[in-house]
Design a binder for this molecule. Sequence first.
Ligand code: SAM
Length: 239
Amino acid sequence: MTQALTPPADFQSRCADLGLDLAPTAITQLGQYLHQLLETNRKFNLTAIRDPTDAWHRHILESLTLLPHLADAKHVIDIGSGGGAPGLPLAIARPDIHITLVEATGKKARFLTDTAAALDLPNTTVLADRAETLAQASDHREQHDVALARAVGPMRVLLELTLPFVRVGGRLLALKGETIESELRDAGDALMILGAGDIGFHDALPDSDDPAVIVQVAKDRPTPPEFPRRPGIPKQDPL
Ligand code: SAM
């Protein structure tokens, strides 16, 4: 893959504000990823964000705000990766972490597989599967240090789709918007049933027009084996 989008003029200073120090090769790979994302998006829908500057902001910087919270992680899983955020930018920035991207829609999963291959990211595995099915497989159930998710559903649905992948002592990191307080009020049963512990909050992009917050949910007990329920049930009949 040779073509790459150039970062906006303020990209380096915004990275510095976030405490991020990216290698020049990583910035080139991020630009190559965005080029591929926006080109493929002309053929089928991967993202509603079509403007390159917005894409650097929402897909790259917002994903990279998770970096400081992954310091000790080795095995990470991104549920509902869609066009690749937040998992792919993180895999580019942290080649020492193995990131599994899970995406139910075949076309999107193929885009992720092709892009990871073109960018030569051996630390990435793409699985075209539903979280509900994959979380019952022994090589993924409670095997990950961290599960990630952005824009996959309200907290009580998201918790059932992600916490079963997280080992006891690990955590969920979810990028959420301004409805987070009411979503968490509705998620009491899900938090208790699925093995959640403490909840913490961190700013994602403090100066953004579209405020995002990182919600960290610790996992301190195993998830009972009957969760997640069959594909589609977590969304149709949330805990
Ligand atoms: N995370 C990306 C982002 O923030 O740009 C994509 C968000 S998109 C709105 C949600 C994605 O989650 C879709 O691509 C959808 O196919 C996927 N998805 C929804 N439910 C899923 C499930 N149960 N298992 C796997 N993927 C799922």
